[in-house]
Structure formats: structure tokens, C-alpha cells
Design a protein around this ligand. Structure first.
Ligand code: PLP
Length: 288
């Protein structure tokens, strides 16, 4: 079990991985990133994640290294780390510059790949579900730092998770959009089964277009599970849902059995969550 970092064109140990204090990723969160997981030792949905990295970079006007270079660096770092399953973080910053906010003042992007053991939820968390807390910190407005952009500026999400942990020790924070609709978790998308229909906030609510979210929606449609991307999901609707789960690359589908201290449904992962979890695991095994 080891961690390896690819930085400035070479692979090194974590203690040797250093960035300049003048790097704009450090100074301003002026960077984009992705987290990709392996299944059976092979990257899952890497194409979709790197597509999103490109979309995020484009929105920020940040130049990325060529895709083949990023893919090569990821492959080398996974091999060097030698873990059975990996969590891969791909970061590209706008590079180092003088103290000038103008993004045009830097154009030397820095690629960093961090590979570590995949980790993630324990089997007990999948079996029993986790707790979430709907927090007061709101998701950024799309007109500010658009939540659709996976940038290194994650302070909003950091504060949301901090609030959830302080309040009740909840595993994940659920953020609402400025209009009061449930938006997403601090590092996950959220689904709820309400009146027999699987609902998840639509992209227009102001969320990250999760790669796992998209796969789950396709699976649900394939299994003829009624589902809808809704323009508004009230916190009370979420609290009253029969089933809730979170999605993200590292977690896959993770059941939620407590919201703000109250039990969800029967307090155990529900049948729709279990069905989708089986389908998602089968998909991940087939495609890696
Ligand atoms: C804010 C946010 N929403 C959703 C997700 C889930 O996205 P994905 O399924 O692509 O991992 C993440 C992942 O890190 C995230 O940071």
C-alpha cells in the first residue's frame, strides 16, 4: 500500500512532492482536478473523467497538457504505486506566476497525479448506510464558481463538510442551492426514492455533472425504474424519502440511512438502492 506522486515530469515519494508557493493552485485554487478510481486494478470511466477535466479547464480558460501525456502519467504512477486498487487524483494548475490575479499572467500549467490506495467506504457502511446532514452552507451560484466546474477552489464544500461533522458527526454534508433546492453532497451527488420515483437534482440546479450519477441514471432507465432529474428537490422531500443514496467515483453507490438525525425509510438500504448497487457493480466489473 503506497502513495506515489507524478509531478514536474517525474514520479516521487509523497515527501518529495512539492509545488512552488507561487503556484496559482496554491495561491487561488486556480486549478482543475478529477478523482478516478480503479476496479479490478483498472481505471473505471477514465474517459468520462478526462472529458470533464477538459470541460472544466475550458470554462476556466486553463490550458491542459495533451491528453496522451496525462494518460501516460496516470498509467506510470499507478504502476509505480503498485496498489491492488487505486484512487487517482489528477490536478492541473495554471502554474506559477507573480502576484497578479489576471489569469493571463501565467501560462505554464502544472500537472500533478497523486495515486494512493483506493480506500473509500467500509463494507459496514455499504451494508448499514451512512448519515448525512443538510447544512446551512449553500452551493455556489452557477454565476460565481460554477459547481459544474471541478476546480481546486473547494472551500465552500470544505466548510459544508465541516458543518456536518461538527453538528452531528455526519459522514456527508448535503448542500442546497440558493433557491432552497437540495443540490448535492460536498463530494457526491444525491438520489432519493420518493413516491416510487427515483429523483435527483437536475444539472440546472447548479451541481457537478457526476460521472457516477450519469451511469446510475442510465442503469435506472435500463432497469425500468421510474426516475427523474428534478428542477427542485425540497429538503423536506429528502427527509421524507423512502430511500436515499450518494454517488461518486470512489464510493460508487452508497446508501444513506440517516438525514439530520432522522431515520430514512426502514433504516436499512432499500430494495431500489440494492438493485442499482448490484447493477453498478456489474457494470464496473464488465467495463474494466
Ligand atoms: C461536488 C461533487 N459532486 C459530485 C461528485 C461525484 O462525481 P463523480 O461521480 O464524477 O465522482 C463529486 C466528486 O468528487 C463532487 O466533488
Amino acid at each position: 500500500m503506497s502513495i506515489r506522486v507524478h509531478i514536474d515530469g517525474r514520479i516521487c515519494l509523497p515527501e518529495d512532492a512539492k509545488v512552488s508557493v507561487f503556484d496559482r493552485g496554491f495561491l487561488y485554487g486556480d486549478s482543475v482536478y478529477e478523482t478516478i478510481a480503479t476496479v479490478h486494478g483498472r481505471l473505471f470511466a477514465a474517459g468520462e473523467h478526462l472529458d470533464r477535466l477538459e470541460r472544466s479547464a475550458q470554462r476556466l480558460g486553463l490550458r491542459l497538457p495533451p491528453r496522451a501525456e496525462i494518460e501516460g502519467a496516470i498509467a506510470q504512477t499507478i504502476t509505480a504505486a503498485g496498489n491492488a486498487e487505486s484512487r487517482v487524483r489528477v490536478v492541473v494548475t495554471r502554474g506559477a506566476g507573480l502576484f497578479d490575479l489576471d489569469p493571463a499572467s501565467a501560462d505554464d500549467p502544472r500537472l500533478v497525479i497523486i495515486v494512493q490506495p483506493r480506500g473509500g467506504p467500509t463494507p459496514e457502511m455499504y451494508a448499514n448506510g451512512v448519515s448525512v446532514e443538510i447544512v446551512s452552507v449553500t452551493r455556489n451560484l452557477p454565476g460565481a464558481i460554477d459547481p459544474a466546474v471541478k476546480s481546486g477552489n473547494y472551500l465552500n464544500n470544505v466548510l459544508a463538510l465541516g458543518e456536518a461533522r461538527r453538528r452531528s458527526g455526519a459522514y456527508e454534508a448535503i448542500l442546497c442551492a440558493a433557491n432552497g433546492s437540495v443540490a448535492e453532497g460536498s463530494s457526491s451527488n444525491v438520489f432519493a426514492l420518493i413516491a416510487g420515483q427515483l429523483r435527483t437534482p437536475a444539472l440546472q440546479v447548479g451541481i457537478l455533472a457526476g460521472v457516477t450519477r450519469d451511469k446510475v441514471l442510465r442503469l435506472a432507465r435500463g432497469l425500468s425504474i421510474p426516475c427523474d432529474e428534478v428542477a427542485f428537490l425540497g429538503p423536506d422531500e429528502l427527509r421524507g424519502a423512502d430511500e436515499i443514496f450518494l454517488t461518486s467515483a470512489v464510493r460508487g453507490i452508497l446508501p444513506v440511512t440517516t438525514v439530520n438525525g432522522a431515520q430514512v425509510g426502514h433504516g436499512k438500504p432499500g430494495p431500489i438502492t440494492r438493485r442499482l448497487t448490484d447493477a453498478y457493480r456489474a457494470l464496473a466489473h464488465e467495463t474494466t
